[in-house]
Each structure stands twice: as C-alpha cells, then as structure tokens.
Ligand binder design. Structure first.
Ligand code: ZN
Length: 496
C-alpha cells in the first residue's frame, strides 16, 4: 500500500500587508518547505497531524510518500506561485499512484486567485484521482466550505485553542480512513457553517461559551454515536464569503445521525452568539491595570498585532505605552525587524546604541502607518534564533526565528528577530538569554497560543488591545466580501 501524506498549512489574514511566498512555508526556518525524507525527519514524532499519519502508515506497513511539508506563519494572501508549487507537488505524488491521501491542512488559506486554497487543492485531487480515499485534519480556525466537504471522505479538526491536540486530530482522521479502507465503515459527512464572526478571544473550547459544545462533540465521538465530530471557531480576519463558525460530523452510513448532531451543536452555538463577542478595554487602561500588579510574571498579551493571526509583529504602540507608564523589569518581544538585528549584530555584545525598532510596515487596509520606536540601550545578547519546543504545542519541533538580538534598557529587555513567529513556547526567550520566569512583566504579541507555554508561569495575564491587522475591534475592518447578514455586524438575523 502507498499513502501520500502532506502538509499545506496557512491561515491567511487578507488585511495583512505581507504577501506569503514559498520561502515562508518553512515555519520559522529559512529555505521554504521541506520534502521527502527531510520532511519526515522534521515532522515525525512531533505534535502535528502529519506525525500521526506517518505512524498510521508505519503500523500498516504502508509506504509513506511525503511530497511536501509546507507550513507558514499567518500573513497575507498566498501568492499563486507558492500555492501552485505546493499543490503541484502533492498532485504529482498522487498522480504517480496511491491508495489513500492523508492531508494535514489548515482550512483558512486564501491565495491570490482562490478564496479557498484547501477547497481548490482537494477539488484538483478528486479530479485527478476520483475515488481515492482522502482524509483531512484541519485547524480549529477553519472556515469550512462546500469544496472541502465535497472532495474529502473524512474531515476532523483540532479541539483545542491553543492547539495542543494536533497529533490526536491526525490520528482521529487517519483511524476513520483506515476503517474505511478495511471496509469496516462507510463514512458520510454532514456540515454547516453559521454566519457568525466570532471573536478569537472568545473561541477557546477550554472555557464557555464553546466548552460544553465541544465537550458534546467529543462525547459523541468517544461514545461511538458517530465516527468523528468537529467544531470550528472560524477565522474572522479574512474578507471572504465563507467565514463562519461551523461543524462537521462523520457518521457510519447514517446521514440523519450526522445531521442531527451537527444541528444540535450549531443550535447551541447560535443561541450563545452574544457570548462570542469580546468586550474591548482601551490599551492604556490595560497597561495601567497591569502597573498596579505587584507580583510577576504578569503576561501582557498584545492581541492586535499577533503574528499567529497575521500581524506584522512590528507594531510598537504597546511597548511605547509600557515605557511611558514606566513599568519595571520587562521582557518584551520578539519584535520583527531584520535591520535592527543587523545593526546590533554589527555592533556586538556590550555596545551602547540608539536604535529605531519596528514600525517598518504600513497597514493600508486599516489606514495605519508603521511607527518605529526610538530606544537607547546596550546589546545584551546575540543568537542564531534556533530552539527546540519543550512546551505542549508543536512539542519537539526545532524552530528558528532568524538571528535575534536583545537590547537592554533601564527597565526593558527588548528581543528583536529577523523572522516572525507567535510566541507559544518559553524557548523563544530563553534561547536569547532571557528567563521569562524571573521577570515582573512579559510583553508578547499573541492572542491565545501563548497560553501553551506562558500560562503555567504567569501570575496574571492582561490582554492588551494594541493596534494592528488582527485587532479585536471588527469595526476597524473594511469587510466587503463577507456573506451578509452576519452576526455581530448585523444584529437581527435568524440563522437557525
Ligand atoms: Zn488556529
């Protein structure tokens, strides 16, 4: 038996000014996506769906062909060149002949030409190999579409946010597909997407309103009521028609059972729609609230410029406010600024410098200009930016954020990097000689994933609404292509 196993993951923020090119698909490493044995080496044994697919293939004695593992940090639309290169490799491998495809996709990829990158890939696969069994593991932030559903046999999604169950999600999709190959089950899927623009800060299944909806899906699957049941919070920062909260249920030949559970899950979510709206606190008020906290570490999470949702990672407004209110003993970063990194590497450890940091990117979709921050300090450390994840998300993966440098001022240690990555593991600071456990304040650009590595060490967490292309204030976004009406932009609508 021969399985084609591949990764194509990107969450596209269509308001981001940064296009996503092929080189970006090496998740934090330079050189772009990996292929073949190199991809297996990088991904096997890690907490990712592909690692489960590889284990399943090995357990069956099947040959695993890995044409590509392409995973990029969230950013703007994927270029046609990048999409065609990635999809082309996957299609070529399938064209060579195989017995099944197991795909580790995101579910919120937008390309220059396609609003639904995953749907387009799956459509082409089915066209090339009709009847080929296809299983797909998707991110919790999937904006589910008919093209994805019509061209796959089994779809499952992460059940956690931060995403710490990636391996398990691959295992769930792969297991059902193997049972299908063995003639044991006949998967049928039911799905629906609700017109709901949920706030990402209100989506996590670890708390309400999502918790017991997800718990119900988990129980239905665990109890054998259905083969798989998944809920997706959706990715709201994309100006495309299919944004929404959705569910997909896979049953064994029983369409009604799948539809009934789908409706039960979505009806509960719709009833609670007001609870998926996040109440905003002004940035300066959040910092002032943090300033009154005497025991650290206090995590300040700037969720308006979160690379994990497509932020530039170079908006300096929150750090400027932290310095204006004179918070002591702060570690901040990483801020994306290759030029500042180059200047500090050229100057060397110990050098005193006055630098412009960040603010190099304008954000025309939201009418925002990049504003660098002038800082004077001493170069504390320089590094190659590589570290191995020890926390619960993507455990075991070797990551890199390009070269890094730390500029130390009287109250702040500022970490600057050549590449962008949302901080979800302490290694992002420790590799550069900063121990976040010992700081009073840790300022990071993240919305939810920081909780994987940083929540266990945090005394307090303060969410800070900084400016940027992943602002939680939807009134700032010039949405033109969403389906309308959609909640909460249009309050009075009946979806269920
Ligand atoms: Zn996600």
């Amino acid at each position: 038996m021969r399985f084609v196993i591949a990764v194509m993951r990107h969450e596209t923020n269509t308001f981001s000014p940064l296009p996503t090119v092929l080189e970006d698909f090496g998740r934090g490493m330079s050189g772009g996506p990996s292929t073949g044995a190199e991809a297996v080496r990088a991904m096997a044994g890690t907490n990712n769906p592909i690692a489960a697919f590889l284990d399943i293939a090995r357990a069956r004695g099947a040959e695993a062909v890995v044409p590509i593992a392409a995973n990029a940090s969230p950013s703007g639309k994927v270029t046609d060149d990048a999409f065609e290169a990635i999809a082309g490799r996957i299609l070529a491998a399938i064209g060579d002949g195989c017995d099944a495809a197991l795909l580790d996709l995101h579910g919120a990829m937008v390309t220059e030409s396609f609003d639904d990158g995953e749907g387009e890939l799956l459509r082409r696969i089915r066209e090339l190999a009709p009847g080929l069994p296809v299983a797909v593991a998707l991110d919790f932030h999937t904006n589910l579409t008919a093209a994805m559903m019509d061209n796959a046999d089994v779809i499952t999604g992460y059940r956690t946010y931060p995403h710490v169950d990636m391996y398990e999600t691959g295992e769930r999709a792969g297991r059902t597909l193997m049972r299908m190959l063995d003639g044991e089950v006949r998967p049928v899927m039911a799905w629906k997407s609700l017109p709901m623009l949920t706030h990402m800060l209100r989506q996590t299944p670890s708390t309400q309103p999502m918790k017991d909806i997800m718990d119900r899906a988990i129980a239905a699957e665990a109890g054998g009521e259905v083969l798989n049941a998944s809920l997706f919070g959706g990715f709201p920062l994309a100006d495309i028609p299919h944004v929404g909260l959705s569910a997909v249920v896979v049953s064994d030949g029983d369409a009604h059972a799948a539809e009934d559970l789908r409706d039960e899950l979505l009806r509960t979510a719709w009833t609670r729609r007001a609870d998926f709206v996040f109440p905003l606190e002004p940035m300066a008020d959040s910092i002032a609230r943090a300033a009154a906290m005497t025991e650290g570490p206090v995590v300040l999470a700037d969720h308006g410029d979160n690379t994990g949702a497509g932020g530039n990672q170079d908006v300096m407004a929150v750090l400027a406010e932290v310095m204006r209110q004179d918070l002591p003993d702060v570690a901040a970063g990483p801020f994306w600024d290759p030029e500042a990194v180059a200047r500090m590497h050229a100057a060397g450890v110990g050098a005193e410098l006055t630098l412009s940091i960040g603010g190099r990117t304008d954000m025309p979709a939201l009418g925002l200009k990049g504003e660098p921050l002038q800082v004077t300090g001493r170069v504390k450390t320089l590094s190659d930016g590589r570290f191995t994840v020890t926390g619960p998300m993507m455990t075991g993966m070797e990551l890199g954020i390009g070269r890094t440098a730390v500029l130390e001022t009287a109250h702040v240690e500022i970490l600057v990097s050549e590449r962008r990555m949302e901080p979800f593991d302490l290694g992002i600071f420790t590799h550069a000689g900063i121990d976040p456990r010992s700081k009073r304040y840790i300022l990071i650009k993240s919305r939810q994933h920081f909780r994987a590595g940083f929540e266990p060490i945090a005394k307090e967490i303060v969410l800070v609404a900084g400016p940027g292309v992943c602002s939680s204030d939807y009134d700032l976004f010039p949405f033109r292509n969403l389906r309308r009406p959609i909640y909460p932009l249009d309050e009075d609508l009946q979806a269920m």
